[in-house]
Design a protein around this ligand. Sequence first.
Ligand code: GLU
Length: 505
Amino acid sequence: MTHPRVRFAPSPTGELHVGNARTALFNWLFARRHGGVFILRIEDTDASRSSTAHEVRLMDGLRWLGLGWDEGVGEGGEDGPYRQSERLALYGDRAEDLIRRGLAYPCFCSLHELEEERAAQREAGKASLYPGRCRRIPKDEAARRRAVEPAAVRFDVGAAAAGDASIGFEDLVHGEVRFPVSQIGDFVILRRDGWPSYNFAVVVDDLQMRVTHVIRGDDHLSNTPRQLLVGRGLLATAPPRFAHLPLIAGPGGAPLSKREGAASLAWFREQGYPPEALMNYLALLGWSPPGGQDLLTGEELIAQFGFDRVSRAPAIFDRPKLDALAARHMARLPADRLVELASGQLRKAGILGSDLPPGAPEWIGRLALLYADRLPRMSDLPKEAHALFDFTPEKSLADPEVRRALDDSRSRGVIEALSRRLGREPLTAPRFQALADEVRRETGAKGKDLYHPIRIALTGAASGPEMVKMLPVIEEGSRLPLPRSIASCGERARALLAATRGSTA
Ligand code: GLU
């Protein structure tokens, strides 16, 4: 394939949500796979709903996901400007040209009149189609009236169809698609205020930006014949190829709701999901890799992506599946990425302040690594690592297993023997091993009888990450000046023993 040119064309009227992000991703993957160009065009023709704030957030979301673009808003390029609101003169010129060539005409019908007509058609159970009233106004009369009366511009569908009864195209996902021309009424291409309609602007732009493949949601499938006709009217020599992607639904096929986090990509970012995981999961919404492997990096996705494996059936957005994939990505992240993701979340939880003390980033990395393989999102870290941050003897003793260990003289003996040895000296992994050996020799406890009491005394829980990795992280944290200080291993053991003194069986 010779270098395709594709575009992602969002309207900046809201957050970048899952469906749009998936559309952007498939465009990006296709462009990257074939050495093509990925364009970002902002479709802000609905001026009352569009905002710069949304545009900024859209671009921010794309960059976060790793979808950089080659041309477009923020990047420039020879076919700009890339914001439709800055291209009004071009749409005006193209519409005039269509009028001159008899493919469009001014429409003087009032909005009120049109609305009444549509209501009557609805009532009669008919499709609402413009009956072509203004098409019949002679050209010179229309021109005279246009100088003094407000007018929209309508596309003359019949003239563009030039006798064809249907308009068809070969969709890369849906195969042959065909629509009867009789179902397409003459539609507005330029509103009275001079702003273009979506079906017109998109074609003018795709043509001028030399877009070769239009990849978008299948809610646009029925717009395609209109756009093909406009393309003919504009004398496009080769229309773009189309790939209409399946809808994304929530569990059970219901529309995607906020519960699935579908409201916006920003939500996943705030929750500390790794963007690599989102990219991977979004790619699987409607596409399946040929090898069946589900954990894929951006590079692997690019290498395998193709429309032959895009499904027509709606894709189901399944949070548990995303979470399982995300935890696997999390476990593969390098330490600096873990630190980046974890710092913000620990700050939000009040565990870190705005300034990190020296040594804190390395410590955060080691802490996050302890839990990474069970975390789909970093916002779960404070909860998952509560054993570190929320130690109190009372909380620990609320767990019957901890209580039982403290009541059992052999277990208690192990904790006491360890506690006597935990002084000022930092508890590194080798030192912990050495101390555990000493305790084993002193008490005779070994294996589970040795490690279980130690674990529950120092972490307040019967399970968790490997102690040889976890205890040094507790110790290191206890020496950092944090807003909420972390109790050292010695403090933990001593506090627990003190709280239960006298209650020994
Ligand atoms: N602005 C349109 C949308 O967000 C673009 C559709 C298209 O790609 O043609 O749905």
